[in-house]
Ligand binder design. Structure first.
Ligand code: NIG
Ligand code: FE
Length: 406
């Protein structure tokens, strides 16, 4: 007989495991400790289980989904890039701005010039924007410091957020985001610096969980990324890659060789890259917000990804340059409107598939026995309502590790 600490009754459950949201109508969820210990039709619950439970919640026939998982953000940064927004509205492209010394390097300057506390406060504000929407797990990258001191400062901010927030936070070292001004024209030497000095220090101070890079003609080539990946793997870090965002650099093929957790962006990904990631089990993370914001007309190869059965996650890519978008629900709508996602694929993209993109597929992302009791109880008529609008903010209750926290 199951003994539950808490039991949720009168809910419809989008488990996100199986076809069509994995729906369990008129369902119940039993929680023991921080985990889901029972999920199914309410009528199948034993009477004894009902009698011995410590706390019962009634869900009023609301819908339960897994807690949302935001798998790609540049949440920590100083300043903003509103001046570049004005330039782009006058016709200057993102790549041109980057070549003129703006772009990522502009945010590098402002992030270097902001104190750790200053970065913490603005990042916490943005984090709270995600939490209000039902996000329970989130990834945070470094990559706007580039020098040792500022990268460590950013990762310390992510670590502070990790300690102080109820959310599960995964920290990613993205030193290979851009070549910093002090290494201009010396990208190879910069990669040496990351491999020989920064990564070992990050390892020593336990400041990151994964390693990422930006493979692009305005950033790093595959040889440089490969050197970084070799070192990261040697230190025991899983890797991921910003790949094929502005051109096809064959980054996805390289990432697959190193069993990357995910390859992200992918507008210019071709069939050879898709074959490679299908084989390595790497998740495709698509970022409709960045595409929308850059007015990118090239769409990622959605049909081919489907044909090769590559799981697709979606994320905001929240950053000050290409996606100042602090709403995962808005991005679900964008995936549907811009790229013809079905609402079920959009929800899979922020639950089961984004969990896999973080290597957390066995712990979160679906409502199944043995997984963490991270879920959201939504006052909606059906799960598609989550993708249906922008800014409609459905009412909700957020449960994290079995406890109501919002
Ligand atoms: O994910 N692609 C590279 N990095 C970010 C852009 C960062 C920026 O412009 O500040 C991205 O889109
Ligand atoms: Fe990004």
């Amino acid at each position: 007989m199951e003994v539950f600490d808490e039991l949720w009754l009168d809910v419809n459950i989008a488990t996100m495991s199986g076809e069509n949201y994995g729906v369990i109508p008129a369902g119940a969820i039993g929680i023991s400790g921080e985990k889901i210990s029972w999920v199914g039709r309410q009528k199948d619950l034993g009477k004894k289980a009902l009698n011995s439970v410590k706390k019962i919640h009634r869900g009023n026939n609301f819908w339960v989904t897994p807690g949302l998982i935001e798998c790609h953000t540049h949440l920590v940064y100083g300043g903003n890039r509103v001046c570049e927004f004005e330039m782009r509205q006058k016709g200057v492209s993102y790549a041109q701005i980057s070549k003129m010394g703006g772009g990522i390097n502009a945010t590098v300057q402002s992030t270097r010039g902001t104190s750790e506390d200053g970065l913490f406060l603005s990042a916490r504000e943005r984090l709270s924007g995600f939490l209000k929407e039902g996000v329970t797990t989130i990834e945070i990258k470094s990559g706007y410091g580039l020098d040792m001191q500022t990268e460590l400062k950013m990762l310390r901010v992510a670590t502070r957020l990790q300690r102080q927030s109820y959310a599960t936070i995964q920290r990613t070292y993205l030193g290979a985001h851009a070549v910093p001004p002090e290494y201009k024209g010396r990208a190879d030497e910069y990669i040496d610096f990351l491999c020989n000095e920064v990564l070992p220090e990050i390892k020593k101070e336990e400041l990151a969980d994964t390693v990422d890079a930006f493979c692009e003609n305005i950033a790093f080539n595959t040889d440089q990324v490969e050197r970084l990946f070799l070192k990261a793997k040697k230190l025991g870090y899983p890797v991921k890659l910003h790949a094929e965002q502005l051109s096809d650099q064959k980054g996805a093929i390289l990432a697959a060789k190193y069993q990357a957790l995910s390859v992200d962006h992918l507008e210019y990904l071709q069939e050879d890259g898709i074959k490679a990631i299908a084989k390595s089990g790497t998740i495709a993370v698509l970022l409709p917000g960045a595409s929308y914001y850059l007015n990118e007309t090239k769409k990622p190869p959605l049909e081919l990804l489907k044909n090769y059965k590559v799981p697709v996650a979606i994320s905001t890519d929240l950053n000050p340059g290409t996606s100042p978008i602090n709403s995962l629900l808005a991005v679900m709508n964008m995936a549907c409107v811009l790229w013809k996602f079905t609402p079920v694929d959009a929800l899979l993209g922020v639950t089961a598939n984004s969990a896999k993109a973080l290597g957390l597929g066995s712990a979160v992302g679906t409502i199944e026995t043995g997984k963490k009791a991270d879920f959201v109880v939504w006052d909606i008529s059906q799960p598609a309502e989550l993708s249906y609008g922008i800014g409609l903010s459905p009412h909700k209750i957020v449960v994290k590790n079995g406890k109501i926290i919002q």
